[in-house]
Design a protein around this ligand. Structure first.
Ligand SMILES: Cc1cc2nc3c(=O)[nH]c(=O)nc-3n(C[C@H](O)[C@H](O)[C@H](O)COP(=O)(O)O)c2cc1C
Length: 190
């Protein structure tokens, strides 16, 4: 009899703990924003998988003037992306979205790697959005390049935030592999 009461009490307590931690997780996740720029869709797929896994809000950093295929020609010195890269002061304008950043304490910030760097539009984002006091976790897609010094560079543009180097995913992942790849990464940082 004693042992059955003990089992019932233990079961009840663990159920309460389970619900309490689930509620805590849900509450925590609602404070997470996934903000991303994606020119050809690869980073967007990763961003959506992160937002889905965490139940987070997602927002696309959209250029006021979208990039065309020619704009992205990295081999042409005169392409828009090349010119922006060659000009450290370039700050491509962003289509503004009405979103209260004060609601979030963690921002996953994603982008494609261009010439080993974050595209200039990410600097526009950091300079025009108040992320002070927040943790900024970087993620990216690329054709093989890693973060290199990107985290240090972006930290200088967000001095009042804590910039954390996250993960670079291959841009050529099969669509069905993305949720698992994202999950495997996220469990390492929770
Ligand atoms: C202008 C430009 C420059 C790039 N530079 C690099 C690079 O330095 N290293 C790399 O691994 N991939 C590079 N890439 C490939 C992209 O990082 C990769 O295709 C990425 O997944 C694209 O993401 P998106 O579809 O979200 O725009 C470059 C692509 C473009 C368009």
């Amino acid at each position: 009899m004693k042992s059955s009461i003990f089992k019932i009490v233990t079961l009840t307590l663990s159920t309460i703990t389970l619900f309490a931690s689930a509620a805590f997780a849900a509450q925590k996740q609602s404070h997470v924003l996934v903000a991303y720029f994606s020119a050809t869709g690869h980073t967007s797929e990763v961003a959506k998988a992160i937002a889905k896994e965490l139940g987070a809000t997602e927002v696309e950093i959209k250029p006021a003037t979208p990039y065309t295929g020619n704009d992205l020609d990295w081999q042409a010195k005169s392409s828009r992306a090349s010119k922006e890269h060659d000009d450290p002061t370039a700050r491509p304008a962003i289509q503004e979205v009405n979103l209260a950043l004060s609601l979030f304490d963690t921002v996953f910030l994603g982008f494609p790697i261009w010439w080993g760097e974050a595209p200039r539009i990410i600097l526009t984002y950091l300079e025009t959005h108040d992320l002070a006091g927040k943790k900024i976790i970087l993620f990216a897609t690329s054709g093989g390049s890693d973060f290199g010094r990107i985290a240090q560079t972006l930290q200088a543009f967000a001095p009042q935030s804590k910039v954390v180097e996250g993960r670079v995913f291959p841009g050529f992942m099969a669509e069905e592999d993305i949720p698992n790849q994202v999950h495997d990464w996220l469990v390492t940082i929770k």
